[in-house]
Design a protein around this ligand. Structure first.
Ligand code: ZN
Length: 52
């Protein structure tokens, strides 16, 4: 993988000012993030939006 973005901190201790700076510079990497399961709430909101 050639992604040079910064992976999100896994814990508060991991979230340092240095990491935050790198994320700002290189962007936050979400390659390893598993796709979130479809949210029922979101679907419901969609339907409500359609109904107007
Ligand atoms: Zn990445």
């Amino acid at each position: 993988m050639t992604c040079k973005r910064v992976r999100p901190a896994e814990s508060r201790a991991d979230y340092t000012a240095e990491r935050a700076g790198k994320i700002v510079r290189h962007g936050l990497c979400v390659c390893a993030e598993p796709a979130p399961p479809p949210s029922r709430r979101a679907a419901r909101r969609d339907r409500e939006a359609t109904l107007g």
